[in-house]
Design a protein around this ligand. Structure first.
Ligand code: AP5
Length: 219
């Protein structure tokens, strides 16, 4: 199955994506995580990307499309994959369609998560991530057992550079301008499923599972 997760920053795409990935046994591919990996490794792409990411702006389509092309052709994607944070512009969506045409693949569903803006800001300004394993926490909604320490691996929890309120607000504007047009693009193709993203993580996962079950008869 091939699934795209769509929605503004902080809506819970990564959180739900991990659960859906375990449920469907297919990899979760997050362009944000791939880019942060490049930044950590200090590659040329990472150096270019960081300046855009820190300001809440999008990295150029060409760089992102190249990165995704390579990633989805890896062996672990043979049974499908979940895209989190891609496509994010109409040009990326059209390139994805061309990649699928060439590789004889088909997009099954686009899950659009819907959460009010003030809740998004609360979620992002309170997010903490493990610098070692990438596990995601929230200071109030999902705190670690020991403050500042990852429950899973004991790594240090940090705040992402782009999770300050000013950059979060910019990311929301960029989403409205560049990414929201994808909603009507996928609606026209009859591939869009809107999921209420407010509530407990498990409740939202149930909503997502219900959509996927209907599409594919999964249990
Ligand atoms: P990216 O990493 O993709 O950031 P994003 O889209 O802004 O999404 P986030 O990772 O911030 O949020 P999320 O929806 O995954 O939420 P999460 O589950 O963590 O991209 C970063 C940057 O990279 C971009 O700004 C851009 O510069 C660049 N980039 C990436 N892709 C690109 C592309 N295709 N083209 C160009 N540039 C690109 O949850 C958030 C918080 O809420 C967490 O603390 C979590 O614990 C909490 N939470 C989750 N669910 C709930 C719930 N139900 N109730 C309460 N709290 C919850």
């Amino acid at each position: 199955m091939i699934v795209v997760l769509l929605g503004p920053p902080g809506v819970g795409k990564g959180t739900q994506g991990m659960l859906i990935s375990k449920y469907l046994h297919i990899p979760l591919i997050s362009t944000g995580d791939l880019l942060r990996g490049e930044v950590r490794e200090q590659t040329n792409l990472g150096k270019i990307a960081k300046s855009f990411m820190d300001k809440g702006e999008l990295v150029s389509d060409d760089l992102i499309i190249e990165m995704i092309k390579k990633r989805i052709r890896r062996k672990d994607c043979a049974e499908g994959f979940i895209l989190d944070g891609f496509p994010r512009t109409l040009s990326q969506a059209k390139s994805l369609e061309n990649m699928f045409l060439r590789d004889n693949l088909q997009l099954d569903a686009v899950l659009l998560f819907d959460v009010p803006e003030e809740e998004i800001i609360r979620r992002l300004t309170g997010r903490r991530v493990c610098e070692k394993c990438g596990a995601v926490y929230h200071v109030s909604y999902n705190p670690p057992h020991k403050e500042g320490i990852c429950d899973r691996c004991g790594g240090k929890l940090i705040t992402r550079d782009d999770d300050n309120e000013e950059t979060v607000r910019r990311r929301i504007v960029v989403y409205q301008d560049a990414t929201a047009p994808l909603i009507s693009f996928y609606k026209k193709q009859d591939r869009l499923y809107t999921i209420d993203g407010v509530g407990k993580v498990e409740e939202i996962f149930e909503r997502a599972k219900n959509v996927l079950k209907k599409l594919n008869g999964y249990n």
